[in-house]
Design a protein around this ligand. Structure first.
Ligand SMILES: [Zn+2]
Length: 279
C-alpha cells in the first residue's frame, strides 16, 4: 500500500502547516520548576509557567534517583499536573528530560518499574500498566480547560463506543486519548480537493474525526479504521523536528495492518473518495 494513509487522502500544504503548528504548541503548565544540578550545568531552561502545585522536593528527588539508577543516561525529572502530558520524555544535549505527573511520586514500586521500562524501551506491557494506573488516578488530573465540549455521539456513529472497542481489542485498554467529532464547517461553494478524515493533537491528547463520516452510507468498519489510525498516533508520538515520513514509521504501518478490516477499509475509501469529498 506504500505510503497511503487513511488520515489524509491527499496531503495539502495547508494540512502540513496545521500539524506543525499543533506540535509546536506548548504542552501546558508545568507545575513546579526545580533547579537541578545537571540541568543547571547545561543551562536548561524549563518552560516558565506559574506554579500551581506544591510538590515535595524529597519525593521528586527520590523518583529521579530511581530513574537515574535504572537508566543508563543522566536524567532530569520535573513534576507536572498537566493532564495532557502525564508522562513525556525527550532528549536535550545528552540528558533525558522526563516530565511526569505528580501521581507518580507516591506510586507503588511496580508502577515505578513500569515507568522505567516505558521510558527505557517503550515497553508495550509497561505502557498498558501505566495506562490503567493513570485511568485509576484520573481524579488527580487537573480539570480540563476545554472551551469546546467533546461530542462523541453522532447521528449514525458513536465514536466513543468505537474507540472503547478498539481500546479493548487492540490496546489492552491503555489508550488514554480523548475523542470528538470535529465541527461541521460552513457551507462550501466549491468541491473539496482533499479531506482530512481524522487528526490527532498530542498537545490536547485529542482525536478529531471529520463529521463527513457521520453518514448512514459510511460503514462502521471504515469509521473504525480512521479512529484506529489516530489512536496509533497517540501510541507512536511524533517527535517535533523529525521528518514528516516519521509520522508513520514502519512499526506504525505494521500495527495499522493488524486492524482486521484494514484492506476492506482501504478499498471502501478508494471507491467512495469522491462521495466523501462532496459530503
Ligand atoms: Zn497518520
Amino acid at each position: 500500500m506504500g505510503a497511503r494513509s487513511i488520515l489524509t487522502l491527499r496531503p495539502t500544504a495547508h494540512g502540513r502547516g496545521a500539524r506543525a503548528k499543533a506540535l509546536m504548541r506548548p504542552m501546558g503548565a508545568v507545575a513546579v520548576r526545580i533547579p537541578h544540578r545537571v540541568s543547571t550545568e547545561l543551562g536548561h531552561v524549563f518552560p516558565s509557567s506559574s506554579p500551581r502545585l506544591f510538590v515535595h522536593e524529597g519525593a521528586r528527588q527520590a523518583l529521579e534517583r530511581r530513574l537515574a539508577r535504572a537508566l543508563p543516561w543522566p536524567v532530569s525529572l520535573s513534576v507536572s499536573d498537566n493532564r495532557h502530558g502525564v508522562i513525556t520524555h525527550e532528549w536535550d544535549r545528552g540528558v533525558l528530560i522526563v516530565r511526569a505527573h505528580h501521581m507518580f511520586l507516591d506510586a507503588p514500586p511496580s508502577i515505578v518499574s513500569a515507568l522505567v521500562s516505558y521510558i527505557a524501551v517503550n515497553d508495550r506491557d509497561a505502557s498498558s500498566r501505566l495506562g490503567h494506573f493513570i485511568e485509576a488516578n484520573s481524579g488527580r488530573l487537573a480539570p480540563r480547560s476545554r472551551t469546546t465540549p467533546l461530542v462523541t455521539a453522532g447521528f449514525h456513529h458513536d465514536i466513543l463506543s468505537i474507540f472503547n472497542d478498539l481500546n479493548d481489542r487492540y490496546f489492552g485498554g491503555s489508550v488514554t486519548a480523548l475523542i470528538t467529532w470535529g465541527r461541521e464547517t460552513k457551507k462550501r461553494t466549491e468541491k473539496r480537493k482533499a479531506i482530512r478524515l481524522g487528526s490527532y493533537s498530542a498537545s490536547e491528547r485529542l482525536i478529531r474525526i471529520h463529521p463527513c463520516l457521520d453518514r448512514n452510507w459510511v460503514p462502521r468498519y471504515f469509521v473504525t479504521a480512521v479512529v484506529y489510525h489516530e489512536m496509533l498516533h497517540h501510541v507512536f508520538p511524533h517527535r517535533a523536528g523529525s521528518e514528516r515520513r516519521a509520522l508513520h514509521p514502519a512499526e506504525f504501518r505494521e500495527r495499522e495492518r493488524e486492524y482486521r478490516f484494514f484492506e476492506r477499509a482501504l478499498r471502501w475509501e478508494k471507491a467512495h473518495l469522491s462521495r466523501l469529498l462532496r459530503a
